[in-house]
Design a protein around this ligand. Structure first.
Ligand SMILES: Cc1ncc(COP(=O)(O)O)c(C=O)c1O
Length: 399
């Protein structure tokens, strides 16, 4: 294979095709895909209904630029708004990637409030563009200066702290001392930090502080949206109502390149003059695939399967918790993590060990990912208990 791509950290598994919850490499080796593109896969690979929708759209032979109208955009926006976790969400911004969805959230929050600071949780990934990288953990020193106006609260880590109440108190203090905060932005479950779910009272407390101080509450559901947490949206786990919602990944199930930012009507009225032109925002071919995907998820209530199979999978994984190097086994729905530590006394992260375990799983035909020192799994929403058993058997032999 030539090496001309400027990609990094890719593992040497040349993928040929997919089928359901499996991927196959060029030599025909089968992999149980427990990552599904990192929260991307929803209805599984090679879905016939989506294939039909793409072929039907291809017959129209059209690309519609943003300065013309397209009925499909309005219908998809209406669908997203209808299923969204806050009835006040009223408008959808078309975009092409999760990073862009986060960029629009930041821009809208600043434009709507006239304030500049965005508060987020340290050590969480929100995308690769400058705003998204700066609100998240991806502004590498080599690309500095990072975008200004971003403040971080520590992640309430289950093994290494601080406590959630300490983080909430820190937010309260920050809000008291600073009148320039436009928004709080976070993932409802910290997928990228290693499948960490806060307790049910954490986000409602943060949301209350936001409401009291006229700070917008933004949920980045690029990874958690569309079912992986066992609810259609992660926000529904905590009963919070985001003013701005960032969507990507499983919105297309991996069949298209498309994302969205949902905003309330009052934010829309204060931001609609802001440039939001995206050349590849909801291209009809992408839209056909994404729409079919979202319709299948909602029609078949696939988040319920994620909840049931995820609970079963998590319970089976618990048998590993006394093994050496296992610091924590946690998850919500089909967002699952096994945290690898140096020893159980200090719970220090052991990234090298996690990588070795990941490689051993790959050799045995199980694909999972690494989030820091955590073995990370987010299989498709159609995952089954039998497949969970198969993954557990491979993990058993490796751990
Ligand atoms: C929570 C979250 N937000 C934003 C992004 C950025 O999405 P994209 O890679 O589509 O730009 C990601 C990608 O991993 C993500 O996990």
């Amino acid at each position: 294979m030539p090496h001309k791509l400027a990609s990094y950290l890719s593992r040497r598994i040349p993928i040929d095709h997919g089928d359901g919850c499996f991927l196959y490499d060029e030599k025909g080796k089968e992999y149980l895909d427990c990552i599904a593109g990192w929260c991307v896969g929803s209805v599984g690979w090679k879905n016939e209904e989506i294939k039909k929708a793409i072929v039907a759209e291809a017959e129209y032979g059209r690309y519609v630029p943003a300065f013309l109208q397209f009925r499909g955009w309005e219908e998809f926006a209406e669908l997203l708004i209808k299923i969204s976790p806050n009835p006040k969400l009223a408008r959808a911004i078309r975009c092409a990637s999760g990073s862009e969805a986060v960029e629009f959230a930041i821009k809208c929050a600043r434009a709507a409030t006239g304030k500049q600071d965005i508060v987020s949780i340290d050590g969480v990934y929100h995308g690769h563009t400058y705003g998204a990288a700066s609100v998240g953990d991806a502004c590498h020193p080599s690309m500095g200066p990072c975008a200004p106006g971003f403040l971080k609260l520590p992640l309430p880590h289950p093994l290494r702290g601080p406590s959630e109440s300490a983080v909430i108190a820190e937010f309260e203090k920050l809000v008291l001392n600073r009148k320039t905060i436009a928004a709080f932005l976070s993932e409802p479950v910290w997928t990228n930090a290693g499948a960490i779910a806060p307790s049910p009272s954490f986000y409602p407390a943060i949301e209350r502080i936001c409401r009291k101080n006229k700070i917008l509450f933004i949920m980045d559901e690029v990874a958690t949206g569309f079912g992986h947490c066992g609810t259609l949206f992660g926000s529904q786990l905590w009963g919070v109502k985001p003013d701005i919602l960032c969507l990507g990944k499983a919105i297309t199930g991996g069949y298209a390149t498309l994302a969205a930012t949902l905003i309330t009507q009052s934010i829309y009225l204060r931001t609609f003059r802001m440039p939001s032109y995206v050349t590849f925002g909801w291209v009809p071919l992408d839209l056909a695939a994404a729409r079919a995907n979202v319709e299948i998820i909602t029609r078949d209530r696939l988040w319920e399967n994620a909840k049931n199979v995820g609970a079963y999978f998590l319970e089976k994984l618990q048998k590993f918790k006394d093994r050496p190097n296992i610091g924590d086994i946690r998850g919500v729905g089909l967002v699952l993590g096994i945290e690898i530590v140096k020893n159980k006394k200090n719970n220090a992260p052991h990234v090298v060990k996690a990588l070795l375990l990941q490689n051993a799983c790959t050799r045995r035909g199980l694909l999972l990912e690494i989030a820091g020192n955590t073995l990370f799994m987010t299989p498709s929403l159609i995952f089954t208990k039998e497949l969970a058993d198969r993954a557990v058997a491979i993990l058993d032999s490796v751990l």
